[in-house]
Design a protein around this ligand. Structure first.
Ligand SMILES: [Zn+2]
Length: 278
């Protein structure tokens, strides 16, 4: 018999939603078990707490209840850094329709896995939320699991609200990368020599091209695009080192991912190009 009136169904259903795929009993039986355990308990607990006790009895790893798997796209990926005690780590930002979450991944395996995941939809389970700079940071530890999801698991990154800024001025005082729109008023393309291994710019020393990291290398030619870009809030200098878009951008509106470095806008990726006049 189901004693629905006796317990807080909503609290139990929240737990149930998380565990339902991992157990082979029905919601009704789960509620029955909760009521049985409750009647034997010598202390008073909330229904949510009892539901978690029952879930554990059913063999569920309850970390998934406290920190349910989070799904998002990788908006930005920091450089790999190294800490004395914890080895390699890297910061990254995850966005979905509701949240913009700063994350940090520890360990070589996770750090390398993230390498080509920019803008990709991923799922993180068994993470730890920790206080960080007035907010919270999601820590991907050795026990955590990261998986890539099919691209249609989430809307495209350009329509995930927490990744967007309505204006270019709006990202100036904020940290990190944002997706924003602007109109290119002027485009200037120049070439420079870069390292084929790390893409850093090279110096010409004693008749050799020298990378600050890799020493003497065979130079590669790369193009850098400089723009004057405008929106309703002003006109900004921008630089783009990414893949050439294959068309002239002057007098076109672009949707792009960028962040400010000082007064200069660094463009990381260009998503959409549209003419501004009909
Ligand atoms: Zn190099």
């Amino acid at each position: 018999m189901i004693l629905r009136g006796w317990c807080h169904l909503k609290e139990i259903e929240e737990v149930w939603e998380i565990i339902r795929d991992k157990v082979d009993i029905s919601l009704e039986d789960f509620i029955d078990e909760i009521n049985k355990v409750k009647s034997r308990l010598k202390v008073k607990l909330s229904d949510r707490a009892v539901a978690i006790i029952v879930a554990r009895k059913l063999g569920i790893d309850v970390t998934d209840i406290f920190t349910p798997p989070v799904i998002g796209r990788v908006l930005e990926l920091g450089m790999v850094k190294r800490s004395e005690t914890r080895g390699p780590y890297r910061l990254f930002t995850l966005v979905n329709e509701k949240i913009r979450q700063l994350c940090v991944a520890f360990g070589r395996e996770h750090v390398e896995w993230l390498e080509n995941k920019e803008d990709k939809a991923i799922k993180i389970s068994k993470y730890v939320m920790a206080p960080f700079g007035g907010g919270k940071i999601l820590r991907v530890t050795e026990k955590s699991i990261m998986e890539e999801l099919p691209d249609d698991a989430l809307p495209p990154i350009v329509s995930l609200q927490p990744a967007l800024s309505p204006t270019i001025a709006g990202i100036k005082d904020k940290r990190g990368s944002w997706i924003v729109s602007g109109v290119i008023l002027m485009e200037d393309i120049s070439e420079f020599f870069s390292c084929p291994q790390c893409r850093r710019s090279l110096e010409f020393i004693d008749n050799d091209w020298v990378c600050p990291v890799h020493g003497v290398v065979e130079p590669e030619t790369r193009r850098v695009f400089r723009y004057q870009i405008a929106d309703e809030t002003g006109i900004y200098s921008a630089v783009y080192y990414g893949e050439p878009v294959g068309e002239e951008l002057t007098n076109k509106a672009i949707k792009f991912k960028a962040s400010f470095k000082g007064d200069e806008l660094i463009i990381f990726k260009i998503y959409e190009i549209t003419p501004i006049e009909a």
